[in-house]
Design a protein around this ligand. Structure first.
Ligand SMILES: Nc1ncnc2c1ncn2[C@@H]1O[C@H](COP(=O)(O)OP(=O)(O)OP(=O)(O)O)[C@@H](O)[C@H]1O
Ligand SMILES: [Mg+2]
Length: 236
């Protein structure tokens, strides 16, 4: 069963059709990268999976749950990293994780949380520091640790590597590979074609709310050809 099912999805915003019969399934252990220019409808797709926007027609299911009728249950299955991770600056990394776990109604031991920080690659000495001195990459590690400890089946990422340096991007992609190996279904929205080619099993190109082309790792990614076709919408 696909963890993420999007079928003939149409979404209107401000009286305008933003998603136009979008269909997309993502299985457990699969990484899907959704690329497209500004305004193509990438974030709108994520907002609909999170239940913040409702389909005008078509359907979405997250782990078998319809977020348009049951948003809280759907969000329980999802870890979501928005472009700018929203965490509390005056709390430590550990306190942030504790706080968001409490909000999600989940309790985990300190050992489990440390194991998640280990998996996310957040150094020991950083775990008890407040986030005010953290870089963007470190903040993402805190958010990823939260996703790891919650063991959610679905991870949604909105431009996760924008603003990360190459080293942090490589670390981040390695982390996604770990989550994939655990069976997480991952939908990543990005403008980064090379990064997507490195870690995604499939890449879909979104234009005006529909997928105009989809390529899979097994056929091999022809980066030059993709860049010629979509170079105005993506970075490579
Ligand atoms: N809050 C809103 N109210 C009305 N229309 C919106 C709203 N947010 C986005 N839109 C419109 O929906 C369309 C798709 O926006 P969306 O944010 O999904 O694009 P995107 O692919 O994520 O783009 P970007 O690469 O800039 O993040 C755009 O035409 C945008 O103007
Ligand atoms: Mg967006």
């Amino acid at each position: 069963m696909a963890e993420i099912r999007i079928d003939g999805l149409c979404v209107d915003r401000g009286g305008k059709a933003v998603l136009d019969s979008l269909s997309l399934n993502i299985a457990s252990g699969e990484i899907y990268a959704l690329l497209g220019g500004n305004g193509a409808g990438k974030s709108t797709t994520l907002s609909t999976l999170l239940g913040f926007l409702k389909p005008s027609s078509g359907s979405v299911l997250v782990s078998g749950i319809d977020p348009s009728t049951n948003p809280e249950a759907a969000r329980h299955k999802i870890a979501y990293l928005p472009e700018n991770v929203a965490l509390y600056e005056h709390l430590t990394a550990r306190e942030n994780v504790d706080y968001f776990l409490a909000l999600a109604g989940e309790a985990h031991s300190a050992d489990e949380i440390d194991a998640a920080f280990d998996a996310a690659g957040l150094q020991n000495e950083a775990r008890n520091r407040t986030l005010s001195g953290f870089s963007k990459g470190m903040r993402q590690k805190v958010a990823i640790a939260l996703a790891v400890v919650r063991q959610v089946p679905v991870l949604l990422l909105d431009e996760p590597t924008s603003g990360l340096d190459p080293r942090a991007t490589a670390d981040f992609n390695a982390l996604l590979a770990k989550l994939k190996a655990r069976g997480t279904a991952i939908l990543m929205v990005t403008h980064d074609l090379l990064g997507a080619a490195e870690c995604a099993d499939r890449i879909g190109f979104l234009d005006s709310g529909r997928i105009v082309e989809e390529v899979g790792r097994e056929q091999g990614y022809d980066i030059m050809a993709l860049h010629r076709r979509y170079g105005e919408a993506v970075v490579a």
